[in-house]
Structure formats: structure tokens, C-alpha cells
Write a new protein. Sequence first.
Length: 236
Amino acid sequence: MTNHQKRLAVPNSWPVERKTDTFTVKADAGPHGRSGVPLLILLRDVLEYVDTRKEARYALNQDSVLVNGDAISDEERPIGMFDILAFTEREEYYRVFPDEGGRLALTPIDAESAGSRLGRITEKTTVPGGDLQLTLHDGTNVLVDPEEADQYHTKDSIVIDNDSKEIVAHFVYEEGALVTAVAGQHAGRIGTVESIDVTLGSGDNAVTVETDDDAYETVEEYVVVIDENFTGGDDE
């Protein structure tokens, strides 16, 4: 298997220039599937903290680069939507968040906000022993007590503490919920759900989102429930 990825073929969400060189680094298998951006790209091409893969490996071996609270040593580890990057020696913290062009961007946040991360529930199943397992958008699995099973639904969002890995907040997908579009032509736009139009059969449900300036309509799979910390007001 090659360690290189053609730039022209990378997902649209990757924050790389496609015509500067032929190849870029390929992400390892891991969270976020094909949309995950190799950590090296963020360190070298976006933040410009390193110039080479060798420098990135040295920096990561210092255990001072954390992703969702865990020290990372693999420069090809996929990074994706809502991940939290912490550079402990620099005291710099970022949340990975889609910009209005749909590309993944790094939003500076404070140390307190970096202590937890958001996850969208994509699946819920009962595992042996009776616990409820929630599968999140990045493939992470979270176990929940069976007595709490009824309160969680697919398309809801939860906040997970990066140290304890426990759920510390839950946001229901419903009319009036604060959401952001994470794909499509409205990616990066934040607003509240005005209406949810259920489509019978195999078609996608449509969602109308009201913003401060106007409203837009998108498919249900493109919106994620968030909290007020994502509006930028609390991170300044």
C-alpha cells in the first residue's frame, strides 16, 4: 500500500491545495473514514508548525500533541469534524469545524472548551449485557446505561469529556435546535431548525434552518445539533 494520496483526488473537505504538487500524505485507517485529514497535513500545511514529516514525528514523540485528550504519535492519524487538537507546550487549542466552503478548518478555542468534544449519534444498538451502544459520526462507540436508552436518538448530539470519556451533555435533534450544516452548499452556516419535513420512502428528509440573516433548506443528513459554544461568542 502506498503512503501517498493524489491531491486532485482528496475529499473536498481536506484543507489542501490541489494543484501545487501531485501527491500528499495518505491518512491511516481510523476515525472519520475517508474524510479524515492526516494530522501531518494540519501540522505542516495548515498550522505550519513543522516543515517535514521527520519534524512532525519528533514533535509527536514529545506527547505534547493531543487529539480528544489523547497523546498522538502517528502523523497519519485521521483528524475530522469536531475533533479537539491541543498543543500543550504552546497552550493552543483548536476545534475542527467545517468552514463555509465545506473544508475542515481549525477554530481556536480556550483550554476549558478543549476539555470535551461533540459527537453526532448515527446509530444505537443493544450489546451483550444489555447496555446501549451509541455510535458517533467518527465511528466512536459510547456505552450508556439501559435505563437511559430512551432519551438518546439518532441525529441527536452528545458532548463527551476528553478525560473521563463520559457523556456530559445531550442535545436533541428537533425543531428549535441550534444546528450547523456540515456539508453541501450551506456548510458552516449556523442557525435554528425552523421545520423538519419528513419524506416518505427512501428520500432524504428536508430541514429548514433559520439564521440571523435569512433561512436555508438542506437535507437532514447535512445538519448537526450543536451548542452555543460553536457560535464563537464564548471562545473569545
